[in-house]
Ligand binder design. Structure first.
Ligand code: SF4
Ligand SMILES: [Zn+2]
Length: 318
């Protein structure tokens, strides 16, 4: 049954209701993941979305969107549409479907749309099409401010400058920019990953209205999964995420997807739920004070591990 549903191109991959920030205040949001043909780039080392693609037509995508909108209600003011790729790539989201979706959101009075895209699809025309329909946040997976790490450890295929140019174009036309940063790309030690995330937040901050810290998960059929299976990759500790969130100026949000699982960010198993919950609460409050009271015996193990790695990791690349 699950399989049949997964292959139904007229239903979204998933849809859920949650809370999001709208002008600094918590607001009711609807998030949908639509099944498209998938990301055209399809080369990032941690991304398993390619395996989820299917030949969805414009009509299929409109049907998926309408199906997801059935979960909406009057109090929903933020809609997030994720395609596991780029909403602005017309090979993935046909223009006909894109325009129908934007018109529908506009007529429903949605106050903010969030879409994801690679920077190469951000053009004055695509920005304009979104913004004339409704206020839009363009989320871009920058992952790290370091071109060296983005290119060698992630294979992202675009530079910091590409991101900065896209962000500037969006701002020039009055839109908002969200930058995703990845905590712990492969090939980095825990300490290097933390330092990289902190440095990246500081550098990306000037180009983005909001930052989202994504904690690396082990997705299926990825380079990261192969490394993980060989014991060459461990997802980030939740303590590291906390440390980054504490060390940088906001606004920054983090949804610790898969927290506490072997493939997701985790600590010792005992404290994962409490730390993950604190991270989720912080995403709405932006208050780091509750982090101070979190503790667990595994925190000292995490610290020691970073010291040991520091002495022995010696990565010539970074
Ligand atoms: S991370 Fe983004 S750009 Fe990279 S392959 Fe996945 S969907 Fe494409
Ligand atoms: Zn613990």
């Amino acid at each position: 049954m699950a399989m049949e549903r997964e292959l139904d191109l007229r239903r979204p991959v998933t849809v859920w209701r949650s809370q999001d920030l709208l002008e600094g205040q918590p607001a009711s949001s609807l998030t949908m993941i639509l099944r498209t043909v998938g990301c055209r780039w399809n080369r990032c080392t941690m991304c398993g979305y390619a395996g989820e693609g299917a030949p969805a037509s414009a009509q299929d995508l409109i049907a998926q969107f309408e199906c997801a909108m059935e979960r909406s209600s009057l109090d929903v003011s933020v809609v997030k549409i994720y395609t596991s790729g780029s909403f602005l790539d017309s090979a993935e989201m046909p223009v006909e479907a894109r325009d129908a979706i934007l018109a529908r959101l506009q007529s429903q009075g949605i106050k903010k749309l969030v879409i994801e895209t690679r920077p190469e699809y951000v053009t004055p025309q695509t920005i304009e099409i979104c913004l004339t329909s409704l206020p839009t946040e363009f989320a871009i997976g920058l992952e790290t401010a370091s071109d060296l790490i983005r290119e060698n450890a992630i294979h992202k295929g675009f530079s910091f400058q590409d991101f900065a140019d896209a962000a500037e174009a969006v701002h020039r036309q009055g839109g908002r920019v969200k930058a995703y940063l990845l905590l712990k790309p492969p090939l980095l030690s825990e300490g290097q990953a933390m330092s990289d995330a902190i440095a990246s937040v500081r550098r990306a901050r000037g180009h983005a209205d909001i930052l989202s810290l994504n904690l690396c998960n082990v997705q299926r059929n990825t380079v990261v999964e192969r490394m993980w299976e060989r014991g060459e990759f461990r997802p980030p500790w939740l303590w590291s995420a906390l440390e980054v969130l504490k060390s940088v100026p906001g606004p920054i949000v983090c949804d610790p997807v898969g927290a506490g699982t072997r493939r997701g960010p985790h600590n010792c198993g005992e404290c994962d739920d409490a730390v993950a919950e604190a991270i989720r609460t912080h995403a709405l409050s932006q208050d780091v004070a509750p982090f101070q009271s979190l503790d667990c015996p595994c925190k000292s193990i995490w610290r020691e591990l970073m010291e040991v790695e520091e002495q022995s990791f010696g990565n010539p690349l970074f």
